[in-house]
Design a protein around this ligand. Structure first.
Ligand code: F6P
Length: 325
């Protein structure tokens, strides 16, 4: 690699995601091998704005690959949404002689990076969110671990539900996207999946489904609900299903347990390679890009273009869930 870059800053921002540490480690180790100094800003943009950082040497990232969360901590920084905050962040980059800033995070975090790029900061983005809701990339750091965690949890709820011949509603994360729910729907063999991409399903239709299943001799139902499907509230829906069908129904909200835990091999692998490629691109003189996975291959896309991308919802996974139900 050619070496024009002397100092890199890293931050993790927004909802943390398992695998962020693997990216941090690979960035630091790749940078150091190329004689680049690395600093890590604490609590995402909050640390950048306040100049709160730590020096990252090779040893500082030992023993972190297997840990969930992020050693740099994360936050949702309101100040970064103001013009003043953005300018402060850009000034800190300048004052600290940072040649490039690598941001690991989701849509909001990479939008922050885009703003900084407009203020002259050289940036590089790595998609990091359990929601998989960055349309420009087929993969985001943390999704695989979150799905596996949710799958394991749903297995357990299913065991007790089956023993009691109950219906269970399990809410998984996914603010605007139903990917965790859809994947779990398929790999947990759910009877129904409720996702924001299919907003028009009514309570009556869900109750009808459970009734029909009962008439066909099936009382144990698994309904996976993405948190972004706002047409129903899980505990409320459970009561309504129970009342209408006479099948005991319980709701479980998995919540933040899906965001923690040791990353899977898939997340460690992609996160590490994306970190490496982020540094590699900077060394090649490429800036303001997002490292992505496209058609199964690593690639990178212009930051602004990548953030503009929209994904057309493909119903085929949902249809498979229904075929197998
Ligand atoms: O990072 C994504 C996500 O986990 C969403 O699935 C969820 O809606 C949101 O973050 C929760 O954010 P917070 O931890 O700030 O409550």
């Amino acid at each position: 690699m050619d070496n024009q870059i002397k100092k890199i800053g890293i931050l993790t921002s927004g909802g943390d995601a398992p695998g962020m540490n693997a990216s941090i480690r690979s960035i630091v180790r790749t940078a150091i091998k190329n004689n680049i100094e690395v600093i890590g800003f604490m609590r995402g943009y909050e640390g950048l704005i306040n100049g709160d950082y730590i020096n990252l040497d090779a040893k500082s990232v030992s023993d972190i690959m297997q840990r969930g969360g992020t050693i740099l901590l994360s936050a949702r920084c309101k100040e970064m949404m103001t013009d003043e905050g953005k300018q402060k962040a850009a000034n800190v980059c300048k004052e600290l002689n940072i040649d490039a800033l690598i941001v690991i995070g989701g849509d909001g975090s990479l939008t922050g990076a885009l703003h900084l790029s407009k203020l002259g900061v050289k940036v590089m983005g790595i998609p990091g969110t359990i929601d998989l809701d960055l349309a420009c990339s087929e993969y985001t750091v943390g999704f695989d671990t979150a799905v596996n965690t949710a799958m394991e949890a749903i297995n357990k709820v299913r065991d007790t539900s089956s023993s009691h011949e109950r219906c269970c509603i399990i809410e998984v994360m996914g603010r605007n996207a139903g990917y965790i729910a859809l994947w779990c729907g398929l790999v947990n063999g759910a009877e129904e999946v409720l996702i924001p991409e299919r907003p028009n399903v009514t309570e009556d239709e869900i109750i009808e489904l459970v009734k029909n299943n009962k008439n066909n001799g099936k009382v144990s139902n698994v309904i996976v609900l993405a948190e972004g499907f706002t047409a129903v509230e899980p505990h409320d829906l459970a009561k309504k299903i129970e009342k209408a069908t006479n099948i005991e129904t319980r709701a479980t909200v998995l919540g933040h347990l899906q965001r923690g835990g040791s990353p899977t091999a898939v997340d460690r692998m992609h996160a590490s390679i994306m970190g490496y490629r982020a540094v590699e691109q900077l060394l090649k003189g490429n800036i303001n890009r997002i490292i992505i996975l496209k058609n199964g291959k690593y690639d990178d896309v212009d930051l602004e273009e990548g953030l503009k991308a929209t994904r057309v919802y493909d119903d085929s996974l949902y249809q498979l869930v229904k075929t197998f139900a």
